[in-house]
Design a protein around this ligand. Structure first.
Ligand code: NDP
Ligand code: OXD
Length: 321
């Protein structure tokens, strides 16, 4: 019997999201089934059993009557679950060592850059200024990670190994060795009060939208050698109130920020975020989804499913992540 077709529906913009590249890679790892790139007039919708997608056009999946599983090609499913016509089927998201390692690199890079005062040193260099700046031990700073899921938990462990005082905040209680774990809205203030560098790795849901606002930044600790606290957001742009970030950088509520994600992406050329001296902007590539690694991950999940084993990393539709 012929194996169900795998349909790809990919919208991206960067080379990483080149649909042709994904199709070529899926053609290799799913060589025993038909792989099509939607829209494809030659593909009968009721042949499609699986869809692998990134930000698919709304309605595209609802038009596939024999669809059995949807694979989201990234970790965050906010764009997918925003489709009001999304079929009631299992959605598998990416939770993969390759992506996790990339995000941990990004978080560690930016925590260390703020901690070791890289931006001030760079400014000194531009002025040919030999000016050793005070440095302190990692243990002098509290790093607080919002979101202790696959990505947050890994970053927390590496930061702890580097000597930072690491805390994390999640929806449900967690236990991670050496990491002070806080959960739920009732413990958010206690978590913030011990945080000097705030790292956000939350998913975007109705509960987390715009959580990164002035009221939250004002609760961060200002008594460490760093002085004003720092924000690093690599979760989603919808988590942050961008005008509050700019105003808090201006009035010293925040001492610096690194943002990988924005309300509007690509960040418009006239956005004031580009030129604020206290801000590091990266173009939503903290942790790229690598087609080689992720196509293999999806192929392995399809093999599990067809062998009657449970799918892994299935999104909980009630939670939205
Ligand atoms: P997970 O689903 O594994 O973890 C999410 C974490 O957030 C969990 O600890 C969860 O708590 C917590 N959380 C969710 N809602 C709340 C809430 N209302 N209050 C407190 N905590 C909450 O996701 P990942 O770690 O895999 O990914 C996190 C996000 O990172 C993705 O959703 C995506 O938006 C972003 N991302 C960004 C990338 C980039 O390049 N910038 C790349 C990849 C991902 P609990 O565990 O208790 O349920
Ligand atoms: C993801 C992303 O969610 O790339 O994987 O942002």
């Amino acid at each position: 019997m012929e194996k169900g077709t795998l349909a790809l529906a990919i919208t991206g913009g960067s080379d990483n999201w080149s649909p042709a590249r994904w199709k070529a890679r899926f053609g290799e790892v799913c060589a025993d089934r038909r792989v099509v790139l939607l829209p494809d007039d030659a593909c009968a919708p009721d042949d499609v059993a699986y869809a692998a997608v990134w930000k698919p056009r709304h309605g595209v999946l609802a038009a596939l009557p024999a669809l059995r599983v949807i694979f989201n090609l990234g970790a965050g499913v906010d764009a997918l679950v925003a489709d009001p016509t999304l079929p009631d089927l299992p959605v598998v998201r990416v939770a993969d060592a390759d992506l996790t390692g990339r995000m941990t690199e990004y978080v560690v890079l930016h925590v260390l850059a703020h901690h070791r005062r890289l931006f001030a040193l760079r400014a000194d260099q531009q002025r040919h200024l030999w000016q050793p700046r005070e440095q302190w031990a990692a243990g002098a700073l509290g790093v607080g990670i919002m979101g202790l899921g696959v990505l947050g938990a890994d970053a927390a462990q590496v930061l702890r190994r580097l000597g930072f005082q690491v805390a994390g905040w999640s929806a449900h209680p967690k236990s991670i060795e050496g990491v002070a774990c806080f959960a739920g809205r009732e413990q958010l203030s206690a978590f913030l009060r011990r945080t000097n560098i705030l790292v956000c790795l939350l998913p975007l849901t109705p509960q987390t939208r715009h959580i990164l606002d002035r009221a939250l930044f004002a609760q961060l600790d200002r008594t460490s050698p760093l002085g004003a606290p720092v924000l690093i957001n690599a979760g989603r742009g919808g988590l942050q109130v961008e005008r509050d970030i700019l105003a808090c950088l201006d009035d010293g509520t925040l001492g610096g920020a690194t943002l990988d994600v924005f309300e509007t992406e690509p960040l418009p050329p006239d956005s004031p975020l580009w030129s604020h001296p206290g801000l590091v902007v990266t173009p939503h590539n903290a942790a790229d989804t690598d087609p080689d690694a992720i196509a293999a991950y999806v192929a392995a999940q399809i093999a599990r499913f067809e062998a009657g084993e449970p799918l892994q990393n299935v999104v909980d539709p009630a939670r939205g992540y």
